[in-house]
Design a protein around this ligand. Structure first.
Ligand code: FEO
Length: 397
């Protein structure tokens, strides 16, 4: 690979992973993912994060080639999740003199994963600096974005923020690695929101704290651990993150249903068309068909959420239950919620959805819309208009 520099002396040493099907064995990767790593070559050299073990056989050779015979002095560990850290032991074997730099929490976790002698560790405190020569690094702890030990590294001379998982996204870097040489809105924005909602969104309060910490810091470039490097317009990603971590939604409604024999599905379509006829943007998903990763992303994005299920034994449909568990985990806020569904004898699906919503503190804004037996058009029309009207009254408040 032709070497790419972020600025004089700062090399991109990341790799693309198109083999992995599921990130964290949970989230689909149709467009792959990049593990970004960076090497600063100065009087002293520093590698910032590594890559996932097994994702690229040439990683260490590339670093060695860039170093051109010089030693690797520091390995900065911003985050211990193995997508960034699982090459640490290999780095140490290749460069035995390297000091592994992390905060006290990093070192604790490091010892849980690797057998590394204390003499190879350099523990830094929040705000501490490390001078490499012309470049000076400072370290800033941002716990829970996305693990408790997570920190960012700031290079002062170039005002570059190595932001770790923050501002990252799914999708490989296929040509240029920079935002100003890619079409972010068309190709990367959706995958960035999916990454945020699936992985980081749960910790939005902590993202807000991280933002507060970085207030007043000059940032000319943002170099995250996944996805595009923000060289042209870093304020764009700061603006998006500020919205997402404050649970600001776009206008629109996500309808998600679970249906065994098509009755709940027909109700979903009817509700969607009624909302659409009122000029509201609608996205409808069959939860048994679309992976929850994509549904969660749209739930994060849009203001309205309407969940529907058939009854399944004495509960909601298991696939809807899976989605509900995932919603509970990511804990989106400021949603306008309604519920619908069908059953044959016990109304159990809708009841369990209502209970779930109440436990979550997401009280439905109107009475559920429910049908017993087949969802004939007369049955749907008798109740749907009123249900949608009440939903819209709350949605437009
Ligand atoms: Fe990209 Fe939390 O690891």
């Amino acid at each position: 690979m032709k070497e790419v520099l972020l600025s004089p002396g700062i090399y991109y040493t990341g790799v693309n992973d198109r083999k992995k099907h599921l990130f964290e064995n949970n989230w689909p990767l149709p467009y792959g993912v990049s593990y970004n790593s960076y090497l600063i070559k100065d009087e002293k050299s520093a590698l910032i994060d590594t890559i996932e073990y097994g994702s690229n056989d040439n990683y260490l050779n590339r670093i060695e080639k860039i170093l051109g015979g010089a030693s690797l002095d520091y390995l900065i560990v911003n985050h211990m999740e193995p997508d960034h850290s699982s090459m640490i032991e290999c780095v140490l074997r290749r460069f035995p003199e390297v000091k592994i730099v992390g905060n006290a929490q990093t070192q604790k976790i490091l010892k849980l994963y690797f057998n590394i002698p204390d003499s190879s560790l350099l523990t830094i405190k929040d705000g501490e600096e490390l001078v490499l020569g012309e470049h000076t690094l400072s370290f800033h702890l941002i716990p829970w974005v996305h693990w408790p030990e997570t920190m960012v590294t700031y290079e002062k001379t170039t005002a570059t923020l190595f932001s770790c998982d923050a501002f990252g996204g799914f999708r490989t870097l296929d040509g240029s690695i920079f935002d100003d040489e890619n079409d972010f809105e068309a190709d990367y924005k959706g995958e960035m929101l999916r990454y945020y909602s699936n992985i980081v969104g749960k910790y939005s309060n902590m993202v807000q704290k991280a933002f507060a910490k970085l207030q007043g810091v000059e940032i000319k470039m943002i170099a995250p651990s996944h996805g595009l490097i923000w060289r042209g317009n870093p304020s764009r990603v700061l603006e998006l993150y500020s919205k997402w971590c404050n649970w600001e939604s776009e206008d629109g409604v996500v309808i998600v249903y679970a249906s065994m024999y098509g009755n709940t599905a027909q109700m979903a379509d009817h509700i969607g068309h009624l909302l659409g006829s009122r000029g509201i943007r609608v996205k409808t998903y069959d939860v048994s068909k679309t992976h929850v990763s994509y549904i969660l992303s749209d739930i994060w994005r849009y203001k309205g959420v309407i969940l529907g299920t058939c009854a399944y034994n004495t509960q909601m449909h298991p696939m809807m239950e899976h989605l509900c568990n995932e919603i509970k985990l990511i804990a989106p806020k400021n949603k306008i919620l309604s519920i619908f569904g069908s059953s044959t004898w016990n109304c159990a699906g809708v009841k369990s959805l209502v209970n779930y919503a109440q436990e979550l503190g997401m009280e439905p804004v109107c009475e559920p819309f429910e049908i017993m037996g087949s969802a004939g058009i007369e049955k749907i029309e008798a109740k749907a208009e009123d249900f949608v009207e009440k939903f819209i009254c709350n949605y437009q408040k």
